[in-house]
Design a protein around this ligand. Structure first.
Ligand code: SF4
Ligand code: SF4
Length: 95
């Protein structure tokens, strides 16, 4: 998908892309992640994920951001609220 050109002072979400660009051209990638301090390793999220994006580590669930399609099913399935959106910011390339 191509990035959308934005007006100077706007911050606009790009539909379906799981990221948005701010007015400085920085890319904000929003994906679901697991709070390791809260996760109790029950596996509900892994069993619920339609994309096969969740695996169980030694103690916690781990989400593969490349497979996640941001459907929120895991967040709803988690009994302890350990799953939420996590943001990674990739700075704009300077020319
Ligand atoms: S948001 Fe959906 S696709 Fe992503 S890890 Fe959770 S259940 Fe899987
Ligand atoms: S549903 Fe929640 S507590 Fe259970 S393994 Fe997934 S993140 Fe951990």
């Amino acid at each position: 998908m191509e990035d959308k050109k934005l007006n100077d002072e706007t911050m606009e979400e790009i539909a379906g892309g799981g990221y948005y660009l701010d007015h400085e051209g920085n890319k904000h990638i929003v994906k679901f992640g697991v709070d390791e301090g809260l996760c109790i390793g029950c596996g509900n999220c892994m069993n619920t994920c339609p994309a096969g994006a969740i695996m169980m580590g030694s103690e916690n669930a781990v989400i593969d951001p490349d497979r996640c399609v941001n459907c929120r099913a895991c967040q709803d399935a988690c009994p302890v609220g350990a799953i939420g959106e996590q943001e990674t910011i990739i700075p704009a390339e300077k020319e």
